[in-house]
Structure formats: structure tokens, C-alpha cells
Design a protein around this ligand. Structure first.
Ligand SMILES: [Cu+2]
Length: 278
């Protein structure tokens, strides 16, 4: 019993920043088995029962004005749509009430934002400007126990060091700042319809570096609907819009430069790619 009491005393003094925690009487110590330091729940765990969340945040690039719908029917319950977005610091996020599901509000768990009293009016809006990086969990209070939860993840976009590539791919969920080096091959392959951007809406790898005279070959997975490969602006790329698995499109790059492209139907979702020719 003495040993146990000593241990409990240690724990309680360790969790306090005050040095004077040794004054607990034996009776107090013996009964103070309350609240072991609970480890904070991870964002993924907390979002486990969030309606409409597939486990992948929707990543949005700089200069976007994201809107989250408040009160969409998803997974058979009420949801924020999209439930989880990832944005750079300095993003104004707007919430729009659909009018579905009755009274709603938008309340951050740890306080930074709060839309105030609940409201059922479609067209109600709330905005918050996110300056600081962090994970902001929020709920609609009347529906929090039914899975109406969301999160805004504010973080610096991935950086490869190539500004054109970084800006273009900031919205591509599968871009982590890596430009895959394929400068040693004559033919580099990129998959169209790879996992990413909330479905099979990605190019993989999203960014590739090649040498001049290299052919890039895009191969279709057959997933995610019709995709194409189209240069941003006046670039050389322009494939058909195709669906079939095994379809391909090729281009041989003769000149150095940074070539940005997207799939037109899914550009807004982040289906974008870049070829850097050195
Ligand atoms: Cu596409």
C-alpha cells in the first residue's frame, strides 16, 4: 500500500508544473486514482464517425475560397460537405447552410470560432479566416452525437522548391513535395485515374522530372470516369477524353521547361500534374 501511494504521488506531482505536490496526505493519495493523463484523441480517430468522411481530406490550394455546406445528407446522416479540408494559412473558409436537418451551427471544439446560435435558414453563412497552422475540429452542436463533425486542417502546402510546380500542385492531394526523378529513362510512365483527390482522380506520380527527348506515357486505369491530359495554357499536351483501362497517350518533350497539365473534368478536384524537363 505504501508503494502504491508513493507511485500515485509521483504521478500527480509529475502532471503538475508546481514543485510542491508532495504535501498530499496518505488518505488523499490513496483515493486519488482519478484521471490518468488521457492522451488526446487523434484527428483520424475523432473523425471516425464523421458522416461523409472517407479518410482523405480535400486539399485546396492557395487563393481558393472554400465553401463548406452545412447540412448535407451523407452516409445516411447529416454532414458538413466536404467534412475535412486542408488549406494553407491565410485562407478564408465559408460555411453555407443548406436548410436541411433543422437547427445548425458551426462551433470549434477548442474555441477559436463559433457561429453562435443555431439557425435553420438556408442561405445562412458564417466565415472564419484561418491564419495559424493547426487542426481545427468542429461540430454542429445539435447533431454532434450523430456524426455531424468536421475539421479544417491548416498547413503549409508541400514544397519541392519549384514554385510553378508547388503552386499548381498545391491542390493535388497526392503531391507531397516530391518530383520523381526519371531523368535516367527514355520513357516515363504516369498513371491517369490513380487514387487521390477524393476518388480515382489523380495522376501518379503527380510530378516527374525527365531529360529532353524523353517520352512521357500516360496510362489509364479505367477508374474515376473519363480523364484527359491537357496542358495549362498553351502547352503541348492535349489528349482525348477517354475512360477505357489500358488507353494511353504519349508526348516526347524536346525542350527544357516546366510543363503543367490537368484532367479537365477533374481539375477542380486536384487532378493535376507537372513534368519538369531539365
Ligand atoms: Cu480526370
Amino acid at each position: 500500500m505504501t508503494a502504491l501511494a508513493a507511485t500515485a504521488g509521483c504521478v500527480s506531482s509529475g502532471s503538475s508544473s508546481e514543485p510542491a505536490a508532495e504535501t498530499a496526505t496518505p488518505t488523499e493519495t490513496a483515493t486519488s486514482t482519478e484521471t490518468p493523463e488521457s492522451t488526446p484523441e487523434s484527428l483520424d480517430d475523432w473523425l471516425d464517425d464523421a458522416n461523409g468522411y472517407d479518410g482523405e481530406p480535400r486539399r485546396l490550394g492557395p487563393q481558393t475560397r472554400p465553401t463548406v455546406m452545412v447540412g448535407e445528407e451523407m452516409d445516411g446522416g447529416l454532414a458538413f460537405d466536404p467534412p475535412v479540408i486542408e488549406v494553407p494559412p491565410g485562407t478564408l473558409v465559408r460555411w453555407d447552410w443548406t436548410g436541411h436537418g433543422g437547427q445548425q451551427n458551426v462551433v470549434a471544439l477548442d474555441g477559436p470560432f463559433d457561429s453562435g446560435r443555431t439557425n435553420a435558414q438556408p442561405g445562412t453563412g458564417y466565415r472564419y479566416f484561418f491564419e495559424e497552422t493547426g487542426e481545427y475540429r468542429y461540430v454542429s452542436e445539435p447533431h454532434r452525437d450523430d456524426g455531424m463533425k468536421g475539421a479544417i486542417i491548416v498547413k503549409e502546402p508541400p514544397s519541392s522548391g519549384n514554385t510553378k510546380v508547388d503552386e499548381w500542385l498545391a491542390a493535388a492531394s497526392n503531391f507531397d513535395g516530391t518530383i520523381v526523378d526519371r531523368t535516367d529513362t527514355d520513357t516515363a510512365t504516369v498513371t491517369a485515374g490513380a487514387e487521390g483527390n477524393g476518388g480515382k482522380f489523380a495522376f501518379d506520380p503527380p510530378a516527374v522530372e525527365i531529360s529532353t527527348e524523353t517520352t512521357v506515357r500516360w496510362e489509364w486505369t479505367g477508374h474515376g470516369g473519363p480523364h484527359n491530359v491537357v496542358s495549362k495554357g498553351d502547352g503541348p499536351l492535349g489528349s482525348e477524353l477517354v475512360v477505357e483501362e489500358g488507353s494511353s497517350y504519349e508526348h516526347t518533350f524536346e525542350e527544357t521547361g516546366t510543363y503543367l497539365y490537368s484532367c479537365k473534368p477533374h481539375k477542380g478536384l486536384g487532378m493535376r500534374g507537372a513534368i519538369v524537363v531539365e
